[in-house]
Design a protein around this ligand. Structure first.
Ligand SMILES: Cc1cc2nc3c(=O)[nH]c(=O)nc-3n(C[C@H](O)[C@H](O)[C@H](O)COP(=O)(O)OP(=O)(O)OC[C@H]3O[C@@H](n4cnc5c(N)ncnc54)[C@H](O)[C@@H]3O)c2cc1C
Length: 383
């Protein structure tokens, strides 16, 4: 028998974005139903690198990242646990004079955003970070960036939202959305539930494009599979989270000694019972040779990794947009519909602030944080 539920807002997707939106909407007094296909935080939000990094984001993304930075500082009071969040510092390395010039230019461009970037020349780098190999010639340190454990943090947002009074439905894949003058009727045939609300928020991650297309509001979402790996525990050698100008590899050592690192891509692993040819896969897998190539790059930067063993590698399913900026804001077609998706490999740090912005938009009609760069209609051709 189908159960009919009603609320002010229905959210599809229980990643860090949907979970935090549910929490902030409850805090603002709205009634909320969140429908998650699997378990909250079980997709990109729970399997990512855990980088809580502002450095390297484009200037127009920094107001949102700064709002998130303030929320991360209060993580325990927000979600009831610290999620192993540490402000370890994020050090971006330069491997050439051109890379160093690029780091210097970035530091100048974002000077007014309060990141507190410290540029390090070769002598500084050798003195402060003797564990870094000779291939790096300088770097830029963001002392208050850091990392957290995504497996702990992301589901905790939905748990905190439930504790604040939101209805969190797991194992409730949305199978149908009907739009009427009264609002949205969202059905999960599997969970035998229909949830109705005047507001619908699309937080469906890599599946957000499919959801939007299904209600006639297509978004240019493609799917990527970032590759991650972790080594056996090693003696402590690194306290900061590392990135490299120009990309390629990033990594950090966790307290237990394992070196967690990422770069490159895995591949899609569609389930045999995939819902349709156009549906993004539920899972992604690492490719062995790619993981070994990644380790070779890591070893070039950190001699301490020489000869170590990779004990696990994995990948995830993540949404990407053509300009690598997320899509956050109201639909240009359906009043009451909001999208928050397309985080292009960088949504974990800003996730909590995206939830706060969505709560602003739904309850006050505007966001106190500038989000123009993320408008859903920026891809539409002018009429
Ligand atoms: C390997 C990897 C490393 C990364 N590293 C970092 C990093 O270091 N720092 C950083 O900032 N970002 C990183 N990211 C990106 C970050 O993880 C994502 O941008 C972020 O988690 C996106 O959150 P989300 O809530 O939008 O999506 P998701 O976590 O994918 O959540 C979307 C949810 O919607 C649900 N859903 C989809 N369709 C339906 C439906 N029809 N009905 C019900 N539920 C549905 C899904 O099951 C899923 O749980 C990384 C991503 C990956 C994959």
């Amino acid at each position: 028998m189908t159960h009919h539920l009603r609320a002010d807002v229905v959210i599809v997707g229980g990643g860090i974005v949907g979970g935090s939106a549910a929490l902030f909407l409850r805090q603002a007094g709205a009634s909320v139903i969140l429908m998650e296909r699997d378990r909250p935080g079980s997709r990109a939000s729970g399997v990512n690198y855990g980088g809580v990094r502002r450095q390297g984001r484009p200037p127009e993304h920094l107001p949102l990242a700064q709002r998130a930075h303030a929320l991360w500082a209060n993580l325990r009071s927000l979600i009831g646990e610290d999620g192993e969040y540490v402000r370890s510092g994020h050090l971006k390395l330069a491997r050439s004079a051109a890379d160093m010039a690029s780091l210097e230019a970035y530091a100048a461009r974002v000077e007014n955003f309060g990141l507190g970037l410290q540029l390090l020349d070769t002598a500084d780098l050798r003195r402060l970070y003797p564990m870094i190999g000779d291939s790096a010639i300088g770097g830029s340190l963001c002392p208050e960036d850091g990392h957290a454990n995504p497996r702990l943090v992301s589901p905790a947002f939905s748990r905190a939202a439930a504790a604040a009074g939101a209805t969190i439905l797991d194992r409730a894949p949305v199978s149908d959305i009907r739009i009427t003058p009264e609002g949205f009727h969202v059905t999960s045939a599997q969970a035998e539930i229909t949830a109705s609300a005047p507001v619908l928020i699309n937080c469906a991650g890599a599946w957000a494009g499919e959801l939007a297309a299904g209600i006639g509001d297509p978004l240019p979402i493609s799917v990527i599979h970032p590759l991650m790996a972790v080594t056996e525990p090693l003696p402590p050698f690194l306290t900061v989270s590392i990135g490299v100008e120009g990309g390629g590899v990033y990594g950090r050592q966790v307290e237990r000694g394992n070196f967690v690192f990422g770069g490159g891509r895995g591949f899609a692993h569609p389930k045999a019972d995939a819902r349709s040819a156009t549906t993004p896969p539920d899972f992604a897998r690492p490719e062995r040779q790619a993981a070994l190539r990644l380790l070779a790059q890591g070893t070039g930067l950190f001699p301490a990794l020489q000869g170590c063993t990779i004990i696990r590698s994995w990948s995830g399913v993540e949404a990407e947009t053509p300009d690598h900026a997320p899509i956050i804001g109201p639909s240009r077609i359906h009043p009451g519909l909001f999208h928050a998706c397309g985080f292009s490999g960088a949504g974990f740090q800003i996730g909590p602030a995206v939830g706060a912005v969505l709560a602003d938009l739904v309850t006050t009609g505007r966001s106190v944080t500038p989000i123009d760069a993320f408008r859903p209609d920026r891809f539409s051709s002018p009429a």
